[in-house]
Design a protein around this ligand. Structure first.
Ligand code: AGP
Length: 619
């Protein structure tokens, strides 16, 4: 995930910024760069790869008291020296780093190029430098404010100008940025751990705020249309917060474990996954990430979705979405089983490989097998840039979830679902299976998911209390129908892998075909009910459980849960209502939280559960 650092003071800025970037290494990145401003101008060093590769270049930078730096996690434009940040305008006077995604970068690029700007890269960030250049009339903060008004998307930006030494201008909109306060020096960072060794006093910028950071102090302005010069209104003194975290705790953002942090990052990850890919209400992929012409999409006969573990669960939802929205026969297969089933691959078959790491050997092997057997096209839905899988396939759709450190996959799953939903919606529209209005409505559903995920996170307190009881159990059953069945498959895996409790997921209608024999008084059953059409049937299955003395925890939308009649000990967990096709994105969050708190109650090693690895590179 991208990281930003800035420094103004009397010390060697390049070394401090480099050191601070190293403290963000754990977040993952594919390239890095630093720009230093001294009396002779701005010097920039940037390099694809690890910070160790940037290090020799940093030593050649001038020793001066002002610098900005960046670690990049590629979204627009492949990782390369030239695509690395910082980026500059035509003159080289304006240099900046940026986290996030500029959704309207294409339109702005065309306009700026028509106006005579020459761009060197495909990166959305470069457009921002040129836009600020266009607005610049001797005041960097004013130019940033004017530019910000035209930018759409999520962004945290740090800019310097050769003509305004000793000053960093920062802007934040939906992407974190904090200012660190020192004595005779001040700092800027996207994440507290970066600068924790230098200061414990921080000011957080809010969305729509500009910070002007100098050696002597910090001024914060709010961007408001039509008020004050350039619409900048000075924000009154803000009380700094003092952070008393140890660096390791700070890396976890104050959460006890990476898993919990990553669960809570889902609204932001979902927002990034759709950012710039749903335009004018419709799914429109960015250039180079979905290389299918409309003709190709119409020609498809079959789709295979391949993945392991959580990624396989995402494939199951993907199959459901592709068949329902695009009308193409689709099959989700465990990548580890694909070879042994001697798959029949009809003409014009698309193979979608889903993998967070992009390094899972079973998935890589399955893709190779599919290609050997004549798969027409291959597409990877993957989180890790430059991973092996991205080199095996024709096209890549990045999940943009940011690094997932906990072994238990959470935000990778939900962003995989959203990527597959975008693919299905786009295909459905191109093939005429869904109308423009339906495609727009679905696109809007996807855009609403971050907010719904936020709503689902409100279940945390209830799940924490419930976990005390579930943690005493040795067997837990999960049931659901339709997409809810697919969601509980992921829910049971979460519980199993981090709490070591035996958990099984069943299609609710299957209980009576065998598993009901295991339901005895007090046995916990987690039921998921997100689809009002299926809820009455699942409700009957819940009653079968109740009749045998089972203990029910029902997770669902209010409308669905209203259909249940439960006992005193049973628990209802209400999550936001959402289109049932994509509901696992929301319902699974409650199950992730339950698994997390149960594991914590049992004292397991949550981020590194026994016997498991984050990247499974053996067969
Ligand atoms: C899920 O919590 C696990 N970590 C595991 O099932 C994982 O999803 C699987 O190993 C596939 O990994 P990948 O997405 O990196 O290919």
């Amino acid at each position: 995930m991208c990281g930003i650092v800035g420094y103004v003071g009397t010390r060697d800025a390049a070394s401090i910024v480099f050191d601070a970037l190293c403290r963000l290494e754990y977040r993952g990145y594919d390239s890095a760069g630093i720009a230093v401003l001294d009396s002779s101008g701005i010097c920039t060093a940037k390099r694809k790869g690890r910070l160790a590769e940037l290090s020799p270049l940093v030593k050649t930078l001038p020793r001066a008291g002002q610098a900005i730096g960046h670690t990049r996690w590629a979204t627009h434009g492949a990782p390369s020296d030239i695509n690395s940040h910082p980026h500059c305008d035509c003159t080289g006077d304006i240099v900046l780093v940026h986290n996030g995604i500029i959704e309207n970068h294409r339109e702005l690029r065309e306009r700026l190029i028509a106006g005579g700007h020459v761009m060197k890269t495909e990166v959305d960030t470069e457009v921002v430098a040129h836009l600020i250049e266009e607005k610049y009339r001797g005041d960097l903060a004013a130019a940033v404010a004017e530019a910000a008004r035209e930018l759409e998307g999520a962004m945290a930006i740090a800019v310097i100008h050769r003509g305004e030494p000793g000053r960093i201008v920062a802007y934040r909109e939906k992407s974190p940025l904090i200012i660190g306060l020192g004595e005779g020096e001040n700092f800027l960072a996207s994440d507290i751990p970066a600068i924790l060794p230098y200061t414990r006093k921080f000011l957080a910028l809010n969305d729509g705020e500009i910070g002007v950071i100098t050696e002597e102090g910090v001024a914060v302005y709010r961007l408001e249309k039509g008020s004050g010069a350039n619409g900048l209104v000075k924000v009154g003194d803000r009380q700094p917060m003092v952070v008393d975290l140890e660096p390791e705790a700070a890396e976890k953002g104050g959460f006890d474990h990476f898993m919990l942090k990553e669960i809570f990052e889902q609204p932001e990850a979902l927002m990034k996954a759709v950012s710039g890919r749903i335009r004018d209400g419709r799914v429109k992929f960015e250039e180079g990430e979905f290389g299918f012409s409309d003709e190709d999409v119409r020609a498809l006969n079959k789709v295979y979705l391949l993945g392991c573990g959580t990624a396989y669960h995402a494939c199951l939802v993907g199959k459901h979405l592709i068949e329902r929205l695009a009308g193409i026969p689709a099959e989700a297969v465990l990548a580890s089983e694909f070879r042994y089933m001697e798959p029949l691959i009809p003409e014009r078959t698309l193979v979608i490989a889903v993998s967070q790491s992009g390094e899972t050997l079973d998935t890589l092997a399955a893709v190779r097998e599919a290609k050997e057997r004549g798969a027409w096209r291959t597409l990877a839905v993957v989180n890790q840039p430059l991973s092996s899988l991205t080199r095996e396939v024709d096209d890549v759709l990045y999940q943009r979830a940011g690094p997932e450190i906990s072994v238990a996959s959470t935000k990778a799953y939900t962003t995989q679902l959203v990527c597959l939903a975008m693919v299905a919606c786009h295909m459905g529209f191109v093939r005429g299976r869904i109308s423009e209005d339906q495609a727009r409505a679905f696109g809007q559903e996807l855009r609403n998911l971050p907010e719904k995920a936020l709503g689902a996170l409100e279940a945390a307190g209830l799940m924490e209390r419930l976990a005390v009881e579930i943690a005493k159990e040795e067997d837990v059953f999960f049931i659901g129908r339709g997409a809810d069945y697919l969601a509980v498959m992921e829910g049971q895996l979460k519980l199993k892998e981090i709490s070591y409790i035996h958990a099984e997921a069943y299609a609710a209608g299957e209980l009576k075909h065998g598993t009901l024999a295991l339901i005895a008084p007090g046995v916990p059953v987690i039921a998921c009910l997100m689809d009002p059409e299926l809820a009455p049937k699942t409700a009957s299955n819940v009653m079968e459980v109740k009749a045998r003395g089972g203990w029910v925890v029902a997770i669902g939308s209010q409308e669905c849960l209203n259909q249940l009649q439960l006992g005193e000990k049973d628990v209802l967990v209400t999550v936001p209502d959402v289109n049932p096709l994509i509901s696992p994105v929301v319902s699974v969050i409650a199950m992730q939280l339950l698994a997390y708190y149960v594991a914590r109650e049992r004292g397991t090693d949550i981020d590194k559960p026994r016997n498991l690895a984050k990247s499974v590179t053996v067969e």
